[in-house]
Design a protein around this ligand. Structure first.
Ligand code: ADP
Ligand code: MG
Length: 253
């Protein structure tokens, strides 16, 4: 059976899904080099209000999958739906260095909405004092916050994050993570986050999608069950050990 069967058969048609992706295949064909098969039979959906973490080895095809589902790469076989409702935070903050923080955030909005009131958003992300500063004056953690603000400015239904807390120290990552969770919960937004950090995923996700090494294929779709506020250290450790036992190829102990 194809790996697409690992997702429930009806998932592609789930009416409560805000984002749906079904990639039969994606192969890069760089000129003069061997083709690279990046994704094969990878299908899943993200439902309203749900936080979903996609976990897989480095080089598996995770960023490729995000680019496809966002409509940034159309050279694949399969189908996607919901991209127009997504706000995106890439691994690199991708800010324009010659524009202020405020301007960078507003550039995430469609032209007609650039003047909208963003006071509450800047305040929530503790960016108010930095609005007129330039990205070069900011730490990586603050730059990530600006990238997050830019993604949130248009009030998307789903926030898509590609390894957003990488290279931050533990405290800065934890702070930003809590900020993301509080913000999306308050807004009833969904999240699809790619992460390497299994502990982080277990803390914040409602559901985990595990993908194989390249070509990325769905290995498991796991609902974590326990409500987020009730997740203590012992539960997280036990969950991780059990996952590592069942999927050692994706999750190291
Ligand atoms: P991940 O995000 O899981 O680390 P990527 O989706 O970035 O992985 O990449 C998957 C594979 O596709 C890697 O082997 C990468 O080198 C290759 N790849 C990514 N982008 C391109 C490209 N534009 N041309 C050729 N190969 C690419
Ligand atoms: Mg990547």
């Amino acid at each position: 059976m194809s790996a697409a069967g690992a997702d429930s058969p009806g998932a592609g048609a789930d009416p409560s899904a805000v984002l749906r992706v079904s990639v039969a295949g994606k192969t890069y064909r760089p000129k003069g080099l061997e083709p690279v098969e990046a994704v094969r039979d990878l299908a899943f959906s993200v439902r309203a209000g749900e936080i979903v973490c996609l976990i897989g080895p480095s080089g598996a095809g995770k960023t490729t999958t995000l680019r496809i589902l966002l409509g940034l790469d159309t050279d694949f076989t399969g189908a996607v739906a919901g991209a127009e409702q997504a706000g995106i935070v890439f691994q690199e903050p991708r800010l324009l260095p010659w524009r202020s923080v405020e301007h960078n955030v507003r550039l995430g909005l469609p032209r007609g909405k650039r003047r909208r009131d963003l006071d509450a958003l800047f305040e929530r992300l503790s960016l108010t004092p930095w609005r007129s500063r330039f990205p070069g004056a900011l730490s990586l953690g603050m730059q990530r916050r600006v990238a997050l603000a830019r993604a949130l400015a248009g009030s998307p239904r789903v926030l898509v994050l590609d390894e957003p807390f990488v290279s931050l120290d533990d405290a800065a990552a934890a702070e930003l993570r809590a900020l993301v969770v509080d913000t999306v919960d308050a807004a009833g937004m969904s999240v699809l986050m790619v992460t390497h950090n299994v502990g982080e995923a277990i803390q914040i996700a409602d559901r985990l999608l595990l993908v194989s090494r390249r070509p990325a294929t769905l290995v498991a779709d796991i609902a974590l069950g326990r409500p987020r506020p009730a997740r203590d250290r012992a539960w997280a450790d036990a969950t991780r050990t059990s996952l590592a036992g069942r999927h050692p190829e994706v999750i190291a102990d």
